[in-house]
Write a protein that binds this ligand. Structure first.
Ligand SMILES: C[S@@+](CC[C@H](N)C(=O)[O-])C[C@H]1O[C@@H](n2cnc3c(N)ncnc32)[C@H](O)[C@@H]1O
Length: 278
């Protein structure tokens, strides 16, 4: 039986059908640092989990296929690539990017359109924290993993940057609107290491959690374009969005250096866990 989409899954499908590739455009060029090691991006942090001997890698919520393309570029002998996503628009972009290099399927993470033991590595970049019913998603990931297979997910972990605080405080009054109230994406337990351990306990060995820091400098207009792609902005009409943009530019002006640039940083977490045997 096929599950029907929830309200949040319908929202995400609609958003990504209209904005395919928004995530890779936002994250692919942001240098990342994890445990003292520099990576070209958070996608590279995740790709580094894939061992030389991997046979099948599934990218769960693959979006426009950026991560799969990184893996395809390795030309690793015997490696098959598979992607699953709920958005038609993202999958079309992924097909254009990847051609025959990966098998792509439309489906929901909580009901994966794959047989048992279909992959020895499952990756998921910036999507697990959006999903409904994470325990069921994790049970599905375990079902499709070979015994001892590895699941690794990069999830959002907030930001302590002053520019982020400005963005959050400007959005605060709009968050009381009914459309914001009615849709809360994801499982709050993914916001703490204890919650993550709790969620993974049923299907996985205790997870390793690595902090990833993205840090860059840019002009306020470029940072605004980055914030403007966030899901929160999709609920605002053009007039409100324009007003917030203007207020943002004014509020961050004192944070800029002599060259008119400001610093921004984002924290992510990489969770890596081995499927429990049996
Ligand atoms: C923030 S984007 C990340 C896309 C891609 N992983 C990347 O980082 O470029 C979230 C993706 O998850 C997909 N998605 C969200 N919830 C999903 C679900 N429950 N099942 C399958 N795909 C989902 C969306 O369609 C979207 O492509």
């Amino acid at each position: 039986m096929q599950l029907s989409r929830s309200d949040s899954e319908r929202f995400l499908a609609e958003f990504h059908d209209a904005n395919p590739g928004a995530t890779s455009r936002a994250f692919a060029n942001l240098p990342a640092s994890m445990a003292g090691t520099a990576f070209a991006s958070s996608y590279e942090c995740l790709a580094s989990v894939v061992p030389a001997g991997a046979r099948t890698v599934l990218d769960l919520a693959c979006g426009d296929g950026f991560l799969l393309a990184l893996l395809a570029a390795r030309r690793q002998a015997g490696l098959s690539l598979v992607g699953v996503d709920l958005s038609t628009g993202e999958l079309a972009a992924a097909r254009r990017r990847l051609g025959p290099a990966a098998l792509l399927h439309q489906g929901l993470a909580r009901e994966l359109p794959l047989g048992d033991l279909a992959a020895d590595v499952v990756l998921c970049h910036m999507a697990l924290m959006l999903m409904d019913d994470v325990p069921q998603v994790l049970a599905e990931v375990r079902r499709v993993l070979t015994p001892g297979g590895v699941f690794s997910a990069v999830i959002g972990g907030g930001s302590a940057s002053p520019a982020h605080q400005v963005f959050v405080s400007l959005l605060r009054e709009y968050r009381k609107l009914p459309q914001f109230e009615s849709l809360r994406l994801g499982d709050r337990r993914l916001q703490s290491p204890e919650g993550i351990a709790d969620l993974f306990a049923e299907d996985f060995e205790p997870p390793a959690i690595d902090a990833i820091v993205l840090q860059w400098r840019c002009r306020p207009a470029a940072l605004w374009s980055w914030f403007d792609k966030m899901y929160d902005m999709a609920w605002l009409d053009v007039a409100d969005a324009t007003l917030i943009e203007r207020r943002f530019a004014q509020a961050v002006e004192p944070l800029c250096d002599a060259g008119g640039q400001l610093e921004h940083s984002v924290m992510l977490r990489r969770i890596t866990a081995r499927a429990r045997p049996g």
